[in-house]
Write a protein that binds this ligand. Sequence first.
Ligand SMILES: CC(C)(COP(=O)(O)OP(=O)(O)OC[C@H]1O[C@@H](n2cnc3c(N)ncnc32)[C@H](O)[C@@H]1OP(=O)(O)O)[C@@H](O)C(=O)NCCC(=O)NCCS
Length: 147
Amino acid sequence: MAVRIDLADVNDLQQVLEDHPRYWGERDLRALHLTALVKEFGSTCLVARADDGIRGYLIGFVTPDRTGYVHLIATRDDTRGTGLGRTLYDAFTATARRQGAVRLKAITSVTNEGSIAFHRGLGFDHRVVEDYDGTGRPRVVFTRDLN
Ligand SMILES: CC(C)(COP(=O)(O)OP(=O)(O)OC[C@H]1O[C@@H](n2cnc3c(N)ncnc32)[C@H](O)[C@@H]1OP(=O)(O)O)[C@@H](O)C(=O)NCCC(=O)NCCS
């Protein structure tokens, strides 16, 4: 079944929120799915569509210091390990470069081993930053230079 990468809109955001557990399992990340991001950074918010619905999505933006920041990326539970996460990152990277990005960055929780393995597989360096999200709330910070 063909998958195409499109720009995400607010309806896509609603749809993935309705199906939230299929992308995030037991974790509740609904509060991070901000309409403002899709509205204001529409060219770097992507959705992977197929006949059976949204297979995955990426919400990101390019910061003023030229960092392509990936706020959220998720693929549906029945599509994992098929290369879709990589495809979404590649599409985001191409757009971020066009907007002047010279590096990529993403954040995850220290317990998200799947995300750590995924980002390492995509060539990111990673480090744990203690107190990243406030006192006693460490996060893994991924970075990759774009040459
Ligand atoms: C993390 C996530 C987006 C990866 O998506 P995916 O479509 O399964 O990833 P891909 O199939 O494109 O994998 C790309 C590479 O990462 C590796 N990888 C992906 N998930 C992995 C895992 N759980 N363990 C080990 N390696 C993994 C793949 O082996 C692949 O390497 P290769 O290209 O050298 O074979 C997906 O597992 C997901 O949605 N997880 C839940 C949401 C989440 O935690 N998002 C990240 C928050 S920052």
